[in-house]
Design a protein around this ligand. Sequence first.
Ligand code: ZN
Ligand code: ZN
Length: 95
Amino acid sequence: MIETIEHAKHGSYREKLFDPKWKAKRKQILERDGYRCVICNNITDLTVHHKQYHFSTRLNRYRDPWEYDNKYLITLCESCHRRGHSKFDVPTMNI
Ligand SMILES: [Zn+2]
Ligand SMILES: [Zn+2]
């Protein structure tokens, strides 16, 4: 499986996607969505996408990827994911 990482503004995001805490969270989302892309039902090259990014003004940092509520996470295939990111900017919420 390929992880798409164009979330460059998060700096160390890439490393964090190898964190066991993210792997566990990612598995929860994949299981919830039945290991399919929610847009096209593709079952290959799945990636878990964040619908929003949360910036904590108190901590002065972004939330770690696994700290998000499951409702902000969604299973997409590589091509839907890429298409989504080219069309829309992921909104960043200050929390
Ligand atoms: Zn898809
Ligand atoms: Zn994404």
